[in-house]
Design a protein around this ligand. Structure first.
Ligand code: SF4
Ligand code: SF4
Length: 323
């Protein structure tokens, strides 16, 4: 379950981690930020004490400019008073308020508000952890796994980032490599070659890979159509990708498993896993908001908690049973 590489909404991160851990996910993925990791660990501990669930904690970094590591910004004082506020309507995270503009901790950089503003007031701002201090940060965070977002053509930057991760000497269960085709203008064969290069770098450091195929970044909550991008990317890469689990991400949602079974009826061919981001968060968003308006958390609101875990299970269990 992906909390979002730029999501710093600590209260919802604690609840999301607790709910999805209790629902049975194997890993939660959060921003490489000490406060975020603390919030996530709090939620995971809460779930472990009550259910025994103990998923991995993964943190995400990028080896360069990446849509997962940005935030929207605008000056609300420049907005015309009669603006119908389309930016607020399109924001899936409810990060935009009339008085404060974009709430930076809540924005996860999906970018949907950028073209929505008729005044073109909204711009994207990079929000990224630099290489300096990365090793020390990982020593502090002690994650079970690290995800590096990369792109075709960034092999050297990837290796530099990887060396910083390795210098922390944190024993990682997996080093996840997140990469897709969208917006990069390369073929699946080129992407596969790039992944083979990353594989060589990981092997030289004795790290075990997990390939996270990013079909259509941050779009799982948009609708059924986005699921196809992730499945298609997996179909294109599975025979030519380097060794290691291939996981679906980017556009995954509740129809992904049915789509996969329709396109690939043979159970012999299956991805190793699936990562849910926008869809997972959108599923719980109304309950998180209700909890906030009650000035409580899902963990301290028994009816909300039961409903949230049941919703999370509805997304996860088909994969645990048939995936
Ligand atoms: S629409 Fe996306 S980018 Fe814009 S404020 Fe909301 S979460 Fe951030
Ligand atoms: S759409 Fe643009 S002008 Fe209107 S409220 Fe949003 S940022 Fe301001």
């Amino acid at each position: 379950m992906i909390c979002g590489a730029s999501n710093q909404d600590l209260a919802s991160i604690t609840d999301l981690c607790a709910v999805f851990a209790a629902a049975g996910v194997h890993c939660v993925d959060v921003a490489a930020d000490a406060a975020v990791v603390r919030a996530a660990r709090h939620g995971l501990l809460w779930a472990r004490q009550r259910t025994g669930a103990d998923p991995w904690l993964m943190v995400s970094v990028s080896d360069g400019s990446d849509v997962h590591f940005r935030k929207a910004v605008f000056d609300p004082d420049l907005c015309p008073s009669d603006c119908p506020r389309p930016c607020e309507r399109v924001c899936p995270a409810d990060a935009i308020t009339a008085d404060r503009g974009v709430e930076a901790s809540v924005c996860y950089g999906c970018g949907r508000c950028l073209p929505a503003c008729p005044q073109q007031l909204i711009r994207a701002q990079e929000h990224q952890v630099g290489l300096e201090g990365l090793s020390q940060l990982f020593q502090e965070l002690q994650p079970d796994a690290v995800e590096i977002h990369t792109s075709p053509g960034r092999g050297a930057a990837f290796e530099r980032t990887l060396l910083s991760v390795a210098a922390s000497h944190v024993p990682l269960r997996r080093l996840a490599v997140s990469c897709g085709l969208e917006g990069h203008g390369v073929t699946p064969a080129v992407l596969a070659r790039e992944l083979w290069d990353r594989h060589g770098a990981l092997r030289r450091l004795g790290m075990r890979p997990l390939w996270q195929l990013d079909g259509r970044p941050m779009s799982g909550d948009v609708g059924a159509g986005t699921a196809r991008a992730a499945v298609r990317l997996w179909q294109q890469l599975r025979a030519i990708a380097p060794p290691g689990p291939l996981q679906l991400a980017g556009g995954t949602n509740d129809v992904t498993i049915d789509l996969l079974q329709t396109l690939e009826p043979s159970t012999l061919a299956r991805p190793s896993g699936v990562a849910f981001g926008g869809m997972a968060r959108a599923l719980l968003q109304p309950l998180l908001q209700q909890a906030e308006s009650r000035q409580t958390s899902l963990r301290d609101w028994p009816r909300g908690w039961d409903e949230a875990v049941s919703l999370a299970r509805s997304l996860i269990e088909p994969w645990l049973q048939k995936g």
